[in-house]
Ligand binder design. Structure first.
Ligand code: 2DT
Ligand code: MG
Length: 237
């Protein structure tokens, strides 16, 4: 297929608890998709906005995107437990606004035929806020209209394996009690009718990373082939 006839790219989302391997799998996937392609982008922990000279390249973006104005506020809040606490509702809207800051760029990349890989998205947004006590139905509307994922890879890791992968970091939410609530709320959200048609796939992320990776690649390649001919990206509703 010549570049000018290229179908749209796929929006691929990774979700899961801390230390479930999201960032690792996102980078492995980006590498697997670009290898064998013409435009190869070495996986990088640094976010790269799409550039016009790199059609076909896959990108990994993570949310929160700490590089934006709002992202810096979120970073201060997350990384410093001494920082002035944000009201949970304000915080929720800031995380959502942070996704909106990137919505147009994501959409543009998809339309240009580039697949975009996201390390966390609206699901984390809803689930972490619910874990602070906010209502599910209050948390969803701010994200309505964002580019809709073509596939959501949920990396399911047991608390035992997560614990073996290392100590918690020092950021807010990196504690056993919060992780337990987040796990329960992911389950609740994925059972909700609002996301039941979001093509959410569970991966047993207790396994060795290459085994998880192989399953993900197989699924994602099918998804990319399927979306190439679908006319436009839809939105969360
Ligand atoms: P990372 O450890 O992945 O950088 O995330 N979070 C994230 C929210 O509370 N709401 C959101 O909308 C998103 C995207 C999850 C930092 C923390 O931010 C939380 C962990
Ligand atoms: Mg973290």
């Amino acid at each position: 297929r010549p570049a000018f006839m290229m179908g749209r790219g796929a929006l691929i989302v990774f979700e899961g608890l801390d230390r479930s391997g999201k960032s690792t799998q996102a980078q492995l996937l980006a590498r697997a998709l670009t290898e064998g392609g013409k435009d190869v982008l070495a996986p990088s922990p640094v976010q790269r906005p799409p550039s016009d000279d790199a059609a076909g390249v896959e990108y990994v973006w993570r949310f929160p995107d700490r590089s934006t104005h709002i992202g810096q506020t979120l970073n201060t809040y997350l990384s410093s437990k001494d920082a002035e606490p944000l009201h949970p509702r304000v915080q929720h809207l800031l995380f959502s606004a942070n996704r909106w800051e990137r919505a147009e760029a994501i959409r543009a990349a998809l339309v240009a035929g580039r697949s975009v890989i996201l390390d966390r998205y609206t699901y984390s947004g809803i689930v972490y806020s619910c874990s602070l006590g906010l209502e599910l139905d209050w948390c969803m509307p701010p994200d309505a209209g964002l580019p809709r994922p073509d596939v959501v890879c949920f990396l399911s890791v047991s608390p035992e394996v997560a614990a073996r992968r290392g100590e918690f970091g020092l950021e807010r939410y990196e504690n056993t009690e919060m992780q337990r609530r987040v796990r329960d709320n992911f389950e609740r959200l994925f059972a909700h009718t609002a996301v039941s048609d979001h093509n959410i796939h569970n991966f047993d992320a207790d396994r060795e990373m290459q085994a998880v990776h192989r399953d993900i690649v197989e699924l994602v390649q099918r998804v990319i082939a399927n979306v190439a001919d679908s006319p436009s990206t839809s939105v969360l509703s």
